[in-house]
Design a binder for this molecule. Structure first.
Ligand code: URA
Length: 272
């Protein structure tokens, strides 16, 4: 090979090596100890037997009105809301759940994660994201130098759908007012929507998560929303972690900029 070809090949090789090194660093920050080979088939975020993605909540039940919530501390307002949720019978899931999975974390959190619905472990323990996906979420939080106890974690649904099936539109419509009140009480600076169900529901859009993730949206009341992949999807498709890591870094850097009083991210609004 002539010397210039030799140099080109070496530059290319060094570039690849650097990219591989950065990728491994990112994987390590998520707690990964080995690299999994991508599957040949195209990864799809929905479960195979899933019914169509829930449409944006249709007729949303009106939010129940609590007793003078503004007079309460955030902790008290959340405790009052939890009591209401414990008595809720707005959909069939109240009859099959073991425990209500209300939400966990700091009432003063600047960052809130919203997933889809409790799974088996969450239903048993009454806490969101405690299973395998939860362990990955905890690593994602720690990768941006935060603790699980500093953020707030909850779901679109507060009760487990039997067999972990995706939430039905009527269940989402019944439960969403509670989540909206949770967001209103906590007033996080940023909501990170985990996966398609949370992102589509909170943004009232049918756009696929692949088009939503990594983009800033305005949720109202000064709350910014950034969709990213769901940890369960990342467990099935670990090669997508690089994108989730980009999203998390955006959140980390934006929180820092907000704390320092610097400019906030420019937001978009999805067309319905
Ligand atoms: N998946 C979710 O969406 N939420 C949980 O709480 C656990 C797994």
């Amino acid at each position: 090979m002539p010397p210039s070809d030799d140099n080109d090949a070496r530059t290319e090789y060094e570039k690849l090596l650097r990219a591989a090194h950065q990728r491994l660093e990112m994987e390590r920050s998520f707690g990964l100890t080995h690299v999994q080979r991508p599957q040949k088939t195209k990864a799809v975020e929905r479960r195979p037997a899933a019914p169509p993605a829930p449409a944006p909540p249709q007729k949303e039940a009106p939010a129940p009105t609590p007793a003078s919530p503004e007079a309460l501390s955030k902790e008290e307002a959340l405790a009052q809301l939890r009591k209401e949720c414990e008595q809720c019978m707005r959909c069939q899931l109240a009859r099959t759940r073991t425990n209500l999975v209300f939400g966990v974390g700091s009432p003063d959190a600047g960052l809130m994660f919203v997933g889809e619905a409790p799974g088996e472990d969450e239903d048993r323990q009454g806490e969101p994201f405690v299973g395998k996906a939860g362990q990955l979420l905890t690593k994602m939080i720690e990768a941006i130098d935060m603790k699980r106890s500093e953020v707030y974690i909850c779901n679109i649904l507060k009760c487990r759908p039997p067999g972990n099936r995706p939430p039905l539109p009527n269940e989402i419509a019944a439960c969403l007012p509670y989540l909206k009140r949770q967001i209103h009480i906590i007033k996080p600076k940023i909501v990170c929507a985990l996966g398609a169900t949370a992102s589509k529901t909170l943004l009232s859009t049918d756009k696929p998560i692949g088009q939503l993730r990594g983009r800033w949206f305005d949720y109202g009341e000064g709350v910014k929303l950034l969709p990213t992949f769901h940890p369960s999807y990342l467990l099935r498709s670990p090669w997508e972690k690089a994108k989730a890591w980009q999203d998390l870094k955006k959140i980390r850097d934006t929180l820092k900029a907000m704390r320092e009083g610097k400019t906030e991210p420019r937001t978009l609004n999805p067309e319905p």
